[in-house]
Ligand binder design. Structure first.
Ligand SMILES: Cc1cc2nc3c(=O)[nH]c(=O)nc-3n(C[C@H](O)[C@H](O)[C@H](O)COP(=O)(O)OP(=O)(O)OC[C@H]3O[C@@H](n4cnc5c(N)ncnc54)[C@H](O)[C@@H]3O)c2cc1C
Length: 483
């Protein structure tokens, strides 16, 4: 990798961005020995390492440790966490240290290890023509044969009366908070909102989560979302659904005290006010596609701003590709990286590589975790399948009984004609860790019989996948765990 003044010559690939998608593309371009420019408009590594996956998982684990060390009175069903031994500031400090070490090892060192093929430039890039970008800080222009838009996404904050006068948080502030909030209102009941809700609740904050739809995670399997909602409520997250946000405001009790934030709502059409000392907006992410000259050069965007690409990651302009969050949902780190690799290959050597979006697994890192791949029952029906499903609770799974944690549900959706697995949805401890098997089943079009025929280690949580497949053939409640 070299960082220097732009060369006069033309780059084979110009990458806008420096997150997962951009890094994967730069590594592939370097392997292919193609002259590449990578333009970093933000912190090295982008969202995931700095203000996304990595720091959020660290704080979630801290909450889990507190929870596991709490006094559980199983008789009364109460939990007394030992929050007195825990220092919030030190926790954030240790998270920051971990992030900077990982950023150095996994991004800065990787970039330094790239050969002379990849030149890195700093500043925001903007298209000034179909084959040139300008870097804002230096004013330098870079010419390319191919381009990759990998500019990621930013928090989306909807228009709400009073929002501009309130010191609300997004994921950025919630992961490096200026104080330890005693109470927090979270607007949004999807992945980010739920992870932050449980994280803060376990770190001793009184959390109220306000969700617009009838349920949390409205696009996921209702059998599982209902169970997750119950578990989070047991973890002292106050979840309200059918909430319409009307107005937010902020007041200071005294000059030196923290502001109190008030959220005025209609819950099931009845007026309610909520107050807390922090407000977290977990209301989705907006693709970073504005102010980079895309519309001016004719790159087509969807209504919400995501860049439209075909299954080879190419935009409507044949030499301009896009990868990662800027292309819209699903916004996932591993998917962004894979798209970056394939886009670079397609642009540089015409591989015509595609991604099987149907087998992309996704996970929400609550406890228990929620992992999903393929179609839900609703989606299978909408797609015209005559589908069949089995749902199982983890009290049917020996490992869950052995470790004394049966909080979990699994659902398998199959094509009723062939028993081909169309979707798997799991809510259980560490579901994300056992889920690659599920993605392989969908990718390779396994049938429920193939799954049953695959020997699973006993006793493990992954046996749940085998048992739910068995449920298409027999009553698993009456089956020995050796079957
Ligand atoms: C709180 C949180 C938790 C998450 N947890 C998970 C998780 O557990 N698992 C998971 O798979 N995903 C998770 N995600 C999503 C994941 O972080 C993203 O999908 C992934 O980081 C997207 O990578 P990207 O390369 O598309 O964009 P980014 O990582 O956002 O990188 C884009 C980079 O481009 C820069 N840029 C923007 N404009 C320009 C410009 N004009 N010129 C040059 N550079 C520019 C940006 O500053 C940024 O540095 C989480 C996200 C958040 C917010």
């Amino acid at each position: 990798m070299s960082s220097q003044k732009p060369a006069k010559d033309v780059y084979d690939l110009v990458i806008l961005g420096n997150g997962a998608a951009a890094f994967a593309a730069a590594i592939k371009a370097d392997e292919l020995e193609k002259k590449t420019a990578m333009i970093q408009g933000g912190m090295v590594g982008g969202t995931c390492i700095n203000v996304g996956c990595v720091p959020s998982k660290r704080l979630l684990v801290a909450g889990e440790i507190i929870e596991n060390n709490a006094e559980h009175d199983l008789g009364k069903g109460t939990i007394k966490p030992h929050l007195e031994n825990f220092n919030f500031k030190n926790l954030i400090k240790s998270k920051n240290q971990m992030v900077s070490v990982l950023r150095r090892e996994k991004y800065e060192a990787v970039l330094n290890g790239l050969s002379k093929n990849v030149q890195v430039f700093t500043g925001k890039a903007m298209f000034i023509s179909k084959d040139q970008v300008r870097i804002a800080t230096s004013g330098a222009t870079i010419t390319g044969r191919n381009f990759l838009i990998a500019t990621g996404s930013s928090p989306r904050v909807p228009t709400i009366e009073g929002i501009e006068k309130v010191n609300y948080w997004t994921n950025v502030e919630a992961l490096s908070p200026p104080f330890h909030p005693k109470s927090m209102i979270i607007i949004g009941g999807r992945a980010l909102g739920l992870e932050f809700a449980q994280m803060y609740a376990r770190l001793g904050t009184k959390v109220t989560l306000l969700q617009r739809s009838k349920t949390i995670l409205p696009n996921e399997e209702p059998d599982l979302t209902k169970a997750l909602s119950r578990y989070l409520t047991e973890d002292h997250v106050n979840i309200l659904t059918n909430v319409e946000i009307k107005k937010v405001s902020q007041s200071h009790v005294t000059k030196s005290s923290r502001p109190i934030i008030t959220v005025e709502t209609l819950v099931h059409k009845k007026p309610f006010k909520f107050r807390a000392d922090a407000l977290l907006m977990a209301t989705g992410r907006t693709p970073n596609s504005q102010e980079i000259g895309l519309e001016e050069i004719g790159v087509k965007l969807r209504e919400g701003g995501s860049v439209i690409i075909d299954d080879e990651m190419r935009t409507n302009l044949s030499h301009i590709y896009a990868a990662g969050d800027v292309t819209g949902e699903p916004m996932l780190e591993a998917l962004a990286a894979r798209e970056g690799t394939k886009a670079a290959e397609n642009a540089l050597i015409g591989s015509r590589a595609k991604i099987d979006f149907n087998s992309v697994p996704r996970a929400i890192f609550t406890d228990p975790q929620f992992a999903s791949v393929g179609l839900t029952e609703r989606e299978a029906l909408d797609a015209g399948y005559e589908c069949n499903c089995r749902v199982l609770t983890f009290s049917e799974v020996s490992k869950a009984r052995i470790i004394g944690n049966t909080r979990g549900v699994i659902k398998m959706v199959v094509d009723n004609k062939t028993l081909t697995v169309l979707g798997i949805h799991i809510l259980c401890p560490y579901a994300g860790d056992l889920f690659t098997e599920a993605a392989l089943m969908i990718k390779n079009k396994y049938t429920a019989a193939d799954v049953v025929d695959t020997i699973h280690v006993f006793p493990t949580m992954s046996e749940a996948i085998k048992i739910v497949a068995q449920a298409f053939f027999r009553d698993v409640g009456a089956t020995s765990c050796c079957i």
